[in-house]
Design a binder for this molecule. Structure first.
Ligand code: ARG
Ligand code: ASP
Length: 731
């Protein structure tokens, strides 16, 4: 009895320690896993060593992880350089190969042979050869209490001097990045391939199933994947596009786990997360959720509603605006989720608790005397810059990001400035280029929609933005027009030189003096020309003083956090460099009384099916396969898995990242996060933060059964490992 009790007690203790140990949070540097994470990863069920993930001496997982076009992630899944990424990452390239007759977005595309693989000009694929700590060399000559302005030139010079001395092969590149807000520096030695070709893509009804309605949402049923291939010169080294190029032979590629996942399984996501801010003080987070996000969300709410109104009643408008709408809606929806998540998890209170504990420790320890004012100074600068922070959002959302007019103004601006700085020859060349593309610029644009958006945003701007930070020209015009925002917007578009394609084309026939004369009576030109210097002189010049101080304080805050909390393991914020994050397959409770499972199946696609709908239509072939349950070897107990979630800490840029099992096999393809947990960029909380992945078996099923491209399956390596459930971690 006594022994039994002891066992039970120690069993619970182990569970407690392990659960506490594993929090799911963290985007770790792959070359430091050995020291920081290996033990925990193994305790969670990982069967590899850190050396299998990152090694400079032998092929390791990192050799299969590829930065896709600098924004997304992708991974090599065959010995012939076959590259897997998201449909939404390949979207632009798929679109550029599409036409009305060959609509690959709508119908999908599958190269039957290598000769049918389509070159994607401008697309690059970068692999990391090696990562080196260069902190000492880069910080040489600086000291911790120097200001940012003093440190910056020293650091820039050190980077410039050191970069060319770093050992590398002729085909390799080097760049150096700051970590931990400038407390640490790493050099990345990379290889970039430049001949990347489109191999296959499912139709949008699979690759973008659920579109904006389902974006950021769980349960999800999107087959968000596409396939590319890296080509190299005959020597397997990077080469510009050439018919002579051959498929790249990688040092490593990911085998694919055909057994799928179960709750509790270890997962790891390996990729290039873009940007996070996990170490903000309470005030820093408060500014995001109480100042920035509400302005952004409100303005986008209105812009999106106007687009939607027109998209609903006209098919042509829907096609025109769907991509612009998706772009604006993606961040809009994320910010809404972010605010809800911070509120739901009491994120501000949590940040406050950290700040208070920090202050307590700093005040108690004379060795930390130099840190005593950091938080109060940060608060001071955050508060002082708040009105500028708000104004910057009002301007950007009001008159730049949500309006196409701003892009057209930028064309005119570029023309004038080119003539002034580079002379007539360059100016004429630019005019010709613009003329060639003119129709394209306006292809996804309708003047009346843009104008209505401006009218609405003008009003929100005028009523919301600090009056002292509104530019005089705007105030003047509004007063003149008796605060009739629509009238002002109409005046702007009616009298513009570039609000329509034909106006721009006419404008492009003018010489520079004619252009200048035309612009001098152009209310949109006058608007933006008055706005830009005002923002610079009245907002940026003043806010930069605070922003610089905040940068400086955040660097010192970060440095001190590491010292003040020696029991905590710290990982650097995301900065588009290679990272590993790990967790386990698990559902979650988004709110009281609700519970989400970790997996979805093809049955859910059919449940969501709305015939003819632009978001939820389903391809007849997929319906047929479903009806016949023709899933081949890809089924799981007679059902076709589609997506799953896990507690991996991911962010934008992780799209296209592989989800990897305990043995190093591909089990899924990361593409999104759950809405409730999008706050993970500023306030990770394992209770509701989940990443969303396409199940690898669904990808194979679509390639094989749906598209009939079994030759692609043949070049992959399918494996059937034992389940590696990390039961110890299960509550
Ligand atoms: N939310 C995902 C990400 O941030 C997917 C976006 C693409 N899909 C869409 N419907 N807009 O990139
Ligand atoms: N959808 C994002 C991306 O494209 C991933 C995320 O934000 O979770 O990178």
């Amino acid at each position: 009895m006594k022994i039994g009790l002891k066992i039970i007690v120690s069993f619970f203790l182990i569970i407690f320690i392990q659960v506490k140990l594993f929090c799911g949070e963290g985007m770790w540097l792959p070359h430091l896993l050995n020291a920081l994470n290996e033990k925990e990863m193994k305790a969670m069920g990982m069967k590899m060593n850190a050396e299998d993930i990152y090694s400079v001496n032998k092929g390791s997982l990192k050799d299969a992880i590829v930065h896709f076009g600098g924004g997304c992630t992708s991974e090599i899944i065959s010995g012939q350089g076959l590259l897997l990424t998201n449909h939404h990452c390949g979207y632009g390239y798929i679109q550029s190969h599409s036409s009305v007759e060959k609509n690959y977005l709508k119908n999908g595309y599958w190269a039957k042979t290598k000769s049918e693989e389509l070159a994607c000009g401008g697309l690059t694929a970068t692999i990391i050869s090696r990562i080196e700590d260069v902190t000492k060399q880069i910080l040489n000559g600086t000291s911790s209490n120097m200001s940012e302005a003093e440190r910056r030139p020293i650091i820039e010079k050190n980077i410039k001097v050191l970069t060319p001395t770093i050992q590398r092969a002729t085909h390799e590149d080097v760049f150096i990045r700051a970590f931990f807000n400038g407390n640490q520096y790493f050099a990345f030695i990379t290889v970039t391939y430049k001949d990347i070709r489109l191999v296959g893509t499912p139709p949008e009804s699979i690759g973008k199933f659920g579109a904006d309605t389902d974006n950021w949402v769980w349960p999800r049923h999107t087959g968000d994947f596409s396939l590319f291939r890296i080509y190299a010169g005959k020597n397997n080294l990077p080469a510009d596009y050439s018919e002579e190029n051959i498929p790249f032979t990688p040092k490593h590629f990911l085998p694919i786990n055909m057994n799928g996942v179960q709750d509790g399984d270890f997962t790891m996501v390996f990729g290039f997360p873009g940007r996070t801010n996990e170490y903000l003080s309470r005030e820093g987070v408060r500014q995001i959720v109480e100042v920035q996000n509400p302005i952004r969300v409100t303005m986008r709410d209105h812009a999106l509603k106007i687009m939607d109104k027109y998209m609903r009643v006209d098919e042509q408008t829907k096609i025109q605006y769907s991509s612009i709408y998706a772009g604006i809606a993606n961040a809009w929806k994320k910010w809404i989720g972010e605010n809800q998540g911070v509120k739901f998890t009491k994120g501000l209170d949590r940040k406050q608790a950290v700040d208070e504990e920090y202050t307590k420790r700093v005040n108690a320890n004379p060795a930390f005397a130099e840190y005593r004012n950091i938080l109060s100074d940060l608060d001071k600068h955050y508060l002082a810059s708040e009105k500028y922070t708000a104004a910057k959002e009002y301007y950007a959302e009001g008159f730049q990001r949500n309006l196409q007019l701003f892009n057209f103004y930028s064309i005119a601006k570029k023309l004038i400035s080119t003539q002034e700085s580079k002379g007539n020859e360059e100016f004429e060349k630019l005019k010709k280029d613009y003329l060639l593309d003119a129709d394209g610029y306006y292809a996804d644009y309708q003047e009346k929609i843009d104008q209505e958006i401006l009218a609405t945003l003008l009003e929100i701007f005028h009523k919301g933005c600090d009056p002292s930070l509104q530019f005089p020209e705007l105030k003047l015009q509004l007063e003149k027009l008796n605060y009739d925002y629509s009238k002002y917007a109409k005046h702007i578009y009616d009298n513009s030189n570039y609000a329509t394609a034909s106006q721009l084309k006419k404008f492009l026939t003018m010489n520079v003096n004619e252009m200048k004369t035309a612009l001098s009576n152009d209310p949109s030109w006058i608007f933006y020309e008055a706005m830009t210097p005002f923002i610079k002189n009245e907002i940026l010049v003043k806010s930069n003083l605070h922003d610089e101080a905040i940068l400086d304080l955040r660097r010192r805050h970060m440095e001190s956090l590491i010292k003040v909390f020696p029991e905590r393991k710290f990982y650097p914020d995301a900065n588009s460099t290679l990272r590993v994050t790990y967790g386990q397959v698990e559902g979650f409770q988004p709110r009281d009384g609700a519970c989400y499972n970790s997996k979805t199946y093809l049955d859910g696609v059919i449940e969501k099916y709305i015939p003819g709908d632009y978001e939820f239509d389903v391809h007849p072939k997929l319906i047929d396969l479903y009806k016949r349950k023709d899933y081949g070897k890809y089924a799981e107990n007679g059902r076709m898995p589609v997506a799953f979630i896990a507690s991996n800490h991911t962010t934008g840029g992780n799209s296209g990242s592989p989800a990897i099992d305990a043995h190093g096999n591909l089990i899924g393809l990361n593409f999104d996060r759950v809405w409730e947990g999008t706050m993970s960029d500023i306030n990770y909380d394992r209770s509701i933060c989940r990443n969303i992945m396409v199940d690898a078996r669904f990808i194979l099923f679509v390639i094989d059964k749906f598209a009939g491209a079994s030759h692609l399956i043949d070049e992959m390596k399918l494996v059937y490992p034992k389940s590696t459930k990390s039961r110890k971690n299960k509550k």
